[in-house]
Design a protein around this ligand. Structure first.
Ligand SMILES: *Cc1c(COP(=O)(O)O)cnc(C)c1O
Length: 421
């Protein structure tokens, strides 16, 4: 057995892994969690992962809970759903997305997936061709890379520019694209940057993609979660300029990541994707894939149509205040620079000024010592493609955020180089 496993490249090792197993977000966060102080009188605080649903103030709306309970009680949704999702769910998602467009998506443009992450994997699988490559943002969301590796799709990175509100460096996109580039990914509102793209910037992205002859994959899982001056503009608005794969889910806006319901929408008013057989290709990929639970799908029309503005604005108000608190507190820490106050999503990305710190080599060491000394978990930037930065999640209860930022400040003060007066 061992010989066989070795033959196929599985490493046999007695060594117990002490280092983080990989630079996956979950891997690094659980490694850091294990390193928080065990008998600390203070509770460990995690500003590492973006899952606010465990806090009371981020409970989903009763409308969503009731819709799911009713779907279960009806006993009408105990069967497998068809590939692509049950019709009422596809129709409701098409209508929900069309509210922000000047054309109508049809239920056939919608594919229900097991959360947005599944929509990401389906997208990568559909686009994976032997010679093809896809362009990914840096910093970004690691799963795109992981899926591209898994399904043998070459990827290349373009930078986002912190000094320009984390906009896409479109010159870099043009420089790295070639005749084999099939698509570029944007994440708006941004994870890990907390950025929100303006209409003008999205329009430039669309023009660039059109010029290069590539599709745009728009990860809009944080769609409508904006609290700055810019409104949320979906990439699908530019569907006539360039066909768009819009990826989304109810995980973030409705605060139910465990419900596993997302979508892939083809925003393609010119019908190009359908003509090229992309729709068939999506169905082929979805065929053997897992399905989102049928009773959750059945609850989707109620969830999308009936949720009140009050519920959304309550969440947005909490996030706006949390983002502002973060920005103000971080300004008091000389060894951390925050180039841009978060205007969307649940994160802010900040730069470590290592030259001001002693005995800290990089972001990973910073986060490890922070966990050990303060029982505070932050995400090192390496996990999102930007070494020596930190991603801070502010979608937590306000008292934890205040406490966490206080701990961060005292940690930095303790480790800052002492200047000789
Ligand atoms: C959370 C997240 C996802 C995954 O969403 P699910 O619906 O929970 O699968 C996808 N993309 C980004 C950028 C995310 O932050």
């Amino acid at each position: 057995m061992e010989g066989k496993l070795k033959k196929f490249g599985f490493e046999v090792s007695e060594k117990i892994e002490k280092d983080p197993p990989s630079y996956s977000i979950k891997g690094v966060v659980s490694f850091l969690n294990e390193n928080t102080i065990e008998d600390d009188r203070r509770l460990a605080i995690s500003l590492g992962l973006g899952d606010p649903s465990r806090f009371k103030c981020f409970r989903t709306t009763a409308i969503a809970e009731d819709a799911v309970i009713e779907a279960i009680r009806s006993a009408k949704f105990n069967s497998y759903a068809p590939t692509g999702g049950i019709f009422p769910a596809r129709k409701a998602i098409a209508e929900y997305l069309s509210n922000d467009l000047h054309y109508q998506l049809s239920p056939e443009d919608i594919y229900v997936t097991v959360g947005c992450k599944h929509a990401m994997e389906v997208t990568v699988k559909v686009l994976a061709r032997p010679e093809a490559n896809i362009l990914l943002p840096r910093p970004g969301f690691r799963n795109y890379e992981t899926f591209a590796n898994l399904h043998h799709l070459e990827f290349r990175f373009f930078d986002l520019l912190p000094e320009r509100g984390w906009e896409v460096d479109l010159d870099a996109v043009e420089a790295i694209a070639d005749e084999n580039t099939i698509a570029m990914v944007i994440i708006n509102p941004g994870n890990p940057c907390g950025s929100v793209y303006s209409y003008e910037h999205l329009s430039k992205i669309a023009e660039t993609a059109r010029k290069l002859g590539i599709l745009v994959v728009a990860d809009e899982v944080y769609g409508h979660i904006v609290f700055g001056s810019k409104p949320f503009v979906p990439m699908g608005v530019f569907g006539s300029t360039v066909p768009v794969f819009t990826l989304g889910s109810i995980s973030k806006r409705w605060l139910v990541p465990g419900w596993r319901l997302g979508w892939l929408a083809t925003s393609d008013p010119t019908g190009l994707l359908r003509k090229c057989g992309i729709a068939d290709s999506i169905k082929n990929v979805l065929g053997p894939s897992p399905l989102s639970p049928t009773f959750i799908q059945a609850a989707v029309p109620e969830i999308l149509q009936k949720t009140t503005e009050e519920f959304f604005s309550k969440t947005i108000d909490i996030l706006r205040a949390a983002s502002a608190l973060c920005y103000d507190k971080l300004k008091e820490i000389p060894s951390i620079t925050c180039p841009q106050k978060a205007e969307g999503s649940m994160f802010v990305l900040v730069k470590l000024n290592l030259s001001l710190l002693e005995d800290i080599e990089d972001d990973m060491e910073f986060c490890l010592k922070l966990a050990k000394e303060e029982s505070l978990v932050l995400l090192p930037g390496v996990t999102v493609g930007l070494k020596n930065w930190l991603r801070i999640t502010f979608a937590v209860e306000q008292s934890s955020l205040e406490d966490g930022l206080g701990r961060l400040k005292s940690f930095c003060e303790r480790h800052e180089k002492k200047t000789i007066a």
